[in-house]
Design a binder for this molecule. Structure first.
Ligand SMILES: [Zn+2]
Length: 60
């Protein structure tokens, strides 16, 4: 199951602690909220496609 909970992308500079929300923006400072799921790879990772290929499956 995919989590829809997001966290303020600027909380480190705007808040004392992570601000969670279900919206796409932070309710406190209005900054873009980002998904809380840990990112195992960078979308811009040039080697990501090779690593996914090695996994034997491509979910995209
Ligand atoms: Zn915020």
């Amino acid at each position: 199951m995919k989590s829809d909970i997001r966290v303020c992308g600027e909380w480190r500079s705007e808040h004392d602690r992570p601000v969670y929300t279900l919206d796409s923006d932070c309710p406190d400072c209005g900054a873009a909220a980002v998904n809380t799921a840990p990112a195992p790879f960078d979308p811009d990772d040039p080697y990501g496609k090779y690593r996914r290929a090695l996994n034997g499956r491509d979910r995209e």
